[in-house]
Design a protein around this ligand. Sequence first.
Ligand code: BGC
Length: 541
Amino acid sequence: MNSAGPWWHDAVVYEIYPKSFADGNGDGIGDLAGVRARLPYLRDLGVDALWFTPFYVSPQADGGYDVTDHRDIDPALGTLQEAKELIVEARAMGMRTIIDVVPNHVASNHPWFLAALAAPPGSPARDRFWFRTGGGPEGASAPTGWTSPFGGPTWSKAPGEGDQWYLHLFAPEQPDLNWSHPEVRAEYEDILRFWFDLGVAGIRIDSAAVLMKDPTFPEIGDSESGGTHPFEDRDEVHGIYRRWRAVANSYRDDKLLVGEVWLADRDRLARYVGPDELHTVFGFDAMASPWKLSALRAAITDTLLTHERLGAPPAWVMGNHDVTRPATRYGRRDTSFSFAGKAWGIETDVGVGRERARAMALVMMALPGSFYIYQGEELGLDEVEDLPRDVLQDPMVARSGGLNPGRDGCRVPLPWQANAQGLGFSLVPPTAAPWLPQPAHWSDLAVDVQQHQSHSTLTLYQRALQMRRQFFHHAEPQVEWMDMGPGVLAFRRDSGFQCVLNMGHGAHTLPKDAQIALSSDSTVPHNERIIRPDTAVWLRP
Ligand code: BGC
């Protein structure tokens, strides 16, 4: 790209959920062989880096975020040798690799946790986790009343013991590590080095803000924030990332640390980023913003200002493997995103949603910083909301008593070929159907269909990424906002390129001299200067 800064400043990163990207051996589960075979697709799309959600050995109680061995690949997905080759092959095609590291918890069959369970209460093997005696008579109630983001309690009884409980902020199969323990710290620093030594260029840090716990385990007060919450965003967490940054800095090439930090308080969020901590954090605010001019502009401005202060470009995202797909979100009455807002049967106009998602992609690609594409966004895929209940795997569904539809709907295997079995998800004749069923209408969205359509979402992404590479100068931290009338979000970059998004209800007429370089409109516009609602354009200087 054009900026002189480190590669990640303005990189376009493609998030791969390996089980659902491409299946190389026909068993219906995506794998590293599938990714390797599809690398040319990613190169042609025009991305600079690939982020892999956890591909390590795992019982898959939470889609791989329950890790048994961070230094080896899950046999269902491939081998460590394949991962090594993949890193090299991707780099040879111009794409760096980012891996996902999960420090808050391990899988419940991790050797450390098995050793802890085998050891008596109070023994050192248990110190790497949080074991506590329950409350009430005979320790029969959980040590605290905290609720997990997956639903249900954050404590489970240690098997076979009357009064001992262990902490798991997420599922019971994900016991939380004790980050005050020196062996835990040493282990993760070693894991970072292991992957950096293999040529990995960056680490996405899972649930980065919740690692430290108040060892007295109080209940959560009403207004706790600013470092006093029993587990969220505690001040001590920064010591961990200072050590991680030292590890990253010990390499000659730029190694990226990008944090998954969901915090409403911008000042607290900003504390994670800096020359001795993380390089950047995801810009979730713009993603979660409703389709409303004032809200979107405020989210973008706040994100840019916060990052300018820190001297670190933002990492823009439209979705990920946890979030309702944008083509669905933007087609609803409530277009904002929150985990609490997930529900079954919300009325959706996917046609509108898809147009808006295309427009939002042009907005985010035009902003300073890096841009993350979650697999399938480049195809305009919608959330699959009618999966049969018996195929759902996300622990959120069961743990919420079935009230939460969970995240399987954004993890359905990609459609590659309209007329092939399993929509071409398997690269060899499949012996099994894709692990989650694909909806019939995805045949219209398959890669081989969209590749040949000049107005497809895939073609739009390809053109946009190519143009972004050529024309946007991404070094400057701010944009110049322009007033183009009610309902219109418009900004100029210092290259002179403009991005104009029509969020209003009526058509917007551009100035006479405007030259559209690219439009998100999926129809062929009648008049070159009129942009329909829910459309974004890039204008040449
Ligand atoms: C990941 C989720 C995962 C959770 C627990 C996250 O924020 O993105 O997919 O379930 O951490 O590891």
